[in-house]
Design a protein around this ligand. Structure first.
Ligand code: HEM
Length: 240
């Protein structure tokens, strides 16, 4: 079976670096939410994480440091693989309303209520062909890019709140806290589906393996990403 190149080494590195940063930022960030009515992990968690790091201010410094490392890694990736970053953004934000929305509707129906309701509604159960990413992957990637921008921008405002932001602009800090929390919640909700689809669902197992090896079998590419496979030229050895 021919193997098709799907990810460069830098794509794989940035993905797992991003995942590790997300995990570390979540563990430390949820520990900073000392309000038991807001903290999804309950009352005891913030106290436990704070004492592990030597108190609230130290935990905050670690959280901000991790955010800076996260951003530096992404800037480095863009510098090393600018073409890959542009390709990624172009792919995830190009949506064909007819093909992609129909894919999403059918996929969600097939994963929940099955094919019968689709047939009753006069639709066939087969999914429209997809490109490099399917519409589910695009939706999550869009949320994680836009959510990431909001998280970083609001994180910068909060970090600078004591230093450069005047008292008259304190509303900006209040909004940053709310938006930071909401954006993390949105991406985290998508992440639960992403991890299920990518790492647990058997159907996507070759895609999971490709996040380590960089390659997928040709029949998987044909079945899941036909428009991408059809668009590859023989001499590109796969990839983009
Ligand atoms: C244990 C955690 C994770 C696993 C197992 C995982 C797995 C994967 C896999 C297998 C792919 C490749 C899909 C393909 O190209 O065929 C992928 C892509 C991707 N991952 Fe993750 N991932 C994890 C965490 C994260 C995190 C924390 C984020 C960001 C918040 C993230 C964002 C993305 C994005 C944007 C893509 C490209 C679009 C997509 O395939 O959905 N991943 N991931």
């Amino acid at each position: 079976m021919r193997r098709i190149k799907r990810h460069d080494r830098s794509d794989i590195l940035i993905h797992w670096f991003n995942a590790a940063c997300w995990l570390a930022l979540l563990v430390t960030g949820v520990g900073l939410v000392a309000n038991p009515q807001l903290n999804p992990a309950g009352d005891a968690y913030p106290g436990a994480v704070r004492s592990l790091f030597g108190g609230g201010p130290a935990l905050l410094a670690v959280h901000i440091g991790l955010g800076i490392v996260w951003m530096a890694g992404i800037v480095l990736y863009v510098a090393v693989n600018f073409r890959g970053a542009v390709f990624f953004l172009k792919e995830i934000f190009s949506v064909s309303p007819a093909r992609d929305v129909m894919w999403m509707v059918k996929k969600m129906a097939l994963m929940t209520v099955g094919a019968k309701p689709l047939v009753k509604a006069g639709l066939t159960p087969d999914l429209p062909d997809q490109g490099y990413y399917n519409m589910g992957q695009k939706a999550f990637a869009q949320a994680s890019v836009l959510g990431g921008v909001v998280i970083v921008a609001t994180g910068v405002v909060m970090s600078l709140s004591d230093m450069v932001i005047p008292a008259s602009m304190v509303w900006m800090v209040g909004w940053s806290v709310t938006l930071h929390y909401l954006a993390v919640g949105l991406v985290f909700a998508g992440l639960l589906v992403h991890v299920y689809m990518a790492a647990i669902s058997r159907d996507e197992r070759p895609g999971f393996v490709s996040m380590f090896t960089g390659h997928v079998p040709e029949d998987y590419a044909r079945h899941h990403h036909k428009l991408w496979l059809d668009g590859l030229t023989g001499d590109s050895g796969g990839h983009k």
